[in-house]
Design a protein around this ligand. Structure first.
Ligand code: IFG
Length: 496
């Protein structure tokens, strides 16, 4: 009898043309999907969700969080049946989320919007690595509960040595957001170029922005351009961190304004790649008027909490002058409502409340920061500098710190790599891409991928969950996804 009624039901469904759920194709359980960065916990259940990609998009997700839906739509997934739930009473970090998939639909629960967005970012990968057929999308049922190890996972783009326009920066943002990178540090000034309009000092961009390494035409962002980048990044969960490097790495500003030079003589533009030869004059008041105007104008269009003052390689700045200038610069940043970040040498100048030291090459300075109770942003060059060559055959890149292959980028623990630096001292990690040898989006892709996903997992996933061999298996699948997206990822030896 039961079989008969089931057949009748099936007949009725098909005959009245209802949306009968097609039989599921073979699909991996949810917990086996190659998500990067690896989530904290993934559990599979029987069953699956079928999404009719010809279906009515708005039907299944009206009322879902706008930020999460905007992200899904930006990835052509606006048809997913999503419900979101914000519960500020949850005792979880803001970026934590719970993603549940069942035959009835998809739900993302979080304490804050950032968590909902992270759930959507993970959902895009679940869809990517699940069956997508002409009958629609089939998603395996289950639950992903997740939260980041570190609050700050960053990528730095040096737009000073070589300039990259707004569209290229947006393409970089689209490339790093799927890996839950949540800070974009823009290195906006250096010896070779000044890249941001300062209305009270127009020559900085107009004169200081003319060139780049090798003397090719440079460029700069108007404040509207910068705001466009900030907003595009924010919609993808990414906070922009502006850097104006000082007192060293300042030849472009010294070329633009004679009065900023100790001897009152404007410097020539510089097209090379040497470092450590330029300095602001710490004993002139005009220097601090300059710093104040620059920090004021950029802070006013920077919603994020940080302003990076650089501080690296000030080899021709007398020690006492360096200390004086860095201390005053930190105070100016605080006055304009931001917390300062500086490359690790700034620790010798003493650190203002809440200032962050970005460890790149001098672990002793990072330990000074810890002693002062200040946080460390971990960018140790030999592990995180994406401008390092993979090996001696790499067509671009440097290797002063190390050759860095995917395994070098993955096989380390920020919480234990530096003696004396422990988990609670670390704000997070950031992967810098210096652009002395980087001239195009193709060059960016070649150096950033596939190492950035490795570093993203170091910053997001808990150490006890991380294992290299399974990671490489997941990365192999991502290598195919990156190529499908037209991203020029490098054919690393780890895949061979
Ligand atoms: N060190 C310099 C960068 C860049 C880099 C290239 C820092 C903080 C070497 N400073 O890294 O300007 O030249 O790998």
């Amino acid at each position: 009898m039961r079989l008969l009624s089931l057949c009748c039901l099936a007949f009725l469904l098909f005959s009245c043309g209802g949306d009968a759920i097609p039989p599921a194709p073979a699909m991996a359980p949810l917990a086996d999907l190659p998500i990067i960065p690896l989530p904290f916990e993934m559990s599979s259940r029987d069953g699956y969700l079928w999404v009719d990609t010809d279906g009515d998009a708005a039907a299944g997700n009206s009322g879902a969080d706008a930020g999460a839906m905007d992200y899904l739509r930006s990835r052509d997934l606006g048809m997913l049946p999503l419900a979101t739930s914000l519960d500020p009473s949850l005792t979880l970090p803001n970026e934590a989320y719970l993603l549940d998939i069942s035959a009835e639909g998809i739900t993302i629960t979080a304490k804050a919007a950032a968590g909902l967005l992270n759930g959507a970012i993970t959902l895009v990968q679940v869809v990517e690595f699940s069956p997508n057929t002409e009958r629609g999308i089939f998603l395996p049922a289950g639950t992903i509960t997740d939260q980041p190890r570190y609050a700050y996972r960053g990528f730095m783009l040096d737009v000073a040595r070589h300039f990259f326009g707004v569209d290229t920066v947006k393409q970089v943002i689209d490339r790093i957001a799927p890996y839950k990178i949540n800070h974009l540090h823009l290195h906006l000034s250096d010896d070779q170029g000044w890249r941001i309009e300062i209305k009270s000092w127009p020559g900085l961009a107009e004169i200081g922005g003319r060139f780049e390494v090798d003397g090719t035409p440079g460029g700069y962002y108007t404040q509207e351009d910068y705001t466009e980048i900030v907003n595009y990044a924010a919609a993808r969960g990414i906070t922009v961190v502006p850097e104006i490097d000082m007192p060293g790495h300042t030849n472009a500003a010294l070329n633009a304004y004679a009065e900023l030079n100790g001897d009152g003589k404007a410097r020539d533009p510089y097209f090379g790649t040497k470092v450590g030869f330029s300095t602001l004059d710490a004993n002139k008041e005009v220097t601090y008027e300059f710093i104040d105007d620059v920090v004021r104008e950029i802070s006013a269009i920077t919603p994020g909490p940080y302003f990076h003052i650089g501080g690296d390689e000030s080899s021709v700045t007398p020690h006492d002058d360096y200390v004086k200038l860095i201390r005053r610069a930190q105070d100016i940043v605080l006055k304009h409502g931001k917390k300062s970040i500086g490359w690790d040498e700034v620790a010798v100048a003493g650190l203002a409340e809440g200032s962050v030291v970005q460890l790149w090459n001098h672990t002793e300075y990072a330990l000074k920061a810890k002693e002062a109770g200040n946080k460390v942003l971990f960018s140790l060059a030999k592990r995180t500098y994406l401008d390092m060559q993979y090996d001696s055959l790499s067509r671009i890149g440097l290797h002063w710190a190390a050759y860095i292959e995917v395994d070098d980028a993955y096989n380390w623990d920020p919480g234990t790599l530096v003696d004396g630096l422990t988990e609670k001292d670390i704000l997070g990690i950031e992967a810098p891409l210096w652009s002395e040898t980087v001239r195009s989006l193709e060059d960016i892709d070649y150096l950033v991928f596939p190492r950035l996903p490795a570093l993203a997992e170091v910053g997001w996933s808990y150490q006890m969950k991380r294992q290299y061999a399974p990671f490489v298996e997941r990365l192999k699948v991502h290598q195919g996804w990156l190529k499908e997206q037209g991203i020029g990822t490098y054919d690393s030896r780890v895949f061979r």
